[in-house]
Design a protein around this ligand. Structure first.
Ligand SMILES: [Zn+2]
Length: 254
């Protein structure tokens, strides 16, 4: 109780008791306050509510304000754009995890106290440390897949940035690639499927020792892209890339 912080029978702060029981900054703040002069009985007050009474509503408002102060990896309008995309919810969630850098990489999951370079290397190529930026944009297989996309992208020509920053240009690909508006959902769909397929292949290689096959991965991305487009053809019209279904992967031709 507050009166236990007073010198006995007075309304003066007992500095020693205050400092013994509180952090230095809190103690300084209290000792600089005027002590209450009246004889009001102590009571607990829930300060987020105007009337001092706890309520779920005031708690929700408090938590919402704390969340809004959190630094999000991408702007709020990007989240809205992502959730409104004609993608499977699983793919949206996957993009969300990428934006938050929330996928478990070897550096986070390796049990060894002093892991070797090999233990932390990319499961697909073993030529670089495993990062999401490398897996989705720098790995040789990823670069091949981007090149085999309907946009024949040399992804390494694009400005590099961290994985959270990549989501923004992918969601706003128009200015980056000079694509017309109606192509955006196609591009985002392709990117989401490519990321998902690379992550699946990475897990298969890392957890089960499955040797990654670049041509098979690229072909799988292409066929999944077609399947998803057909499934959402009501939203994704007009289809600008009807040739994708019948054009063989360049790497398969080699
Ligand atoms: Zn790699």
């Amino acid at each position: 109780m507050v009166n236990s912080l007073f010198i006995s029978s007075t309304h003066f702060w007992n500095a020693g008791v205050v400092r013994d029981h509180l952090e230095e900054a809190d103690a300084d703040w209290i000792l600089n306050c005027c002590s209450p002069s009246g004889s009001i009985e102590d009571k607990q007050i829930w300060t987020p509510a105007f009337n001092g009474t706890f309520s779920v509503k005031s708690t929700y408002k408090l938590l919402s304000s704390l969340v809004s102060q959190t630094i999000f990896p991408i702007p709020a309008e990007d989240w809205k754009k992502l959730w409104a995309m004609p993608l499977q919810d699983r793919l949206k969630l996957f993009l969300w995890k990428i934006a938050w850098n929330a996928l478990p990489r070897k550096i986070n999951t390796c049990w060894s106290a002093s892991p070797t370079e090999e233990e932390l290397s990319c499961s697909l190529c073993h030529n670089a440390p495993e990062t999401l930026e490398h897996l989705f944009f720098g790995c040789q297989i990823a670069c091949m897949a981007w090149m085999e996309s309907p946009w024949s992208l040399n992804i390494q020509d694009l400005p590099s940035c961290d994985i959270g920053e990549w989501i923004h240009p992918i969601l706003h690909t128009g200015p980056l690639l000079h694509l017309p508006l109606w192509e955006h959902p196609h591009f985002i769909l392709f990117a989401a499927i490519l990321f998902d397929s690379l992550w699946y292949s990475r897990n298969q290689a890392g957890h089960h020792g499955t040797q990654p096959n670049p041509s098979a991965i690229i072909e799988k991305v292409r066929s999944l892209f077609m399947e998803h487009k057909l499934a959402r053809k009501d939203i994704l019209r007009p289809d600008p890339f009807p040739f994708v279904a019948t054009t063989p992967c360049k790497f398969l031709e080699d």
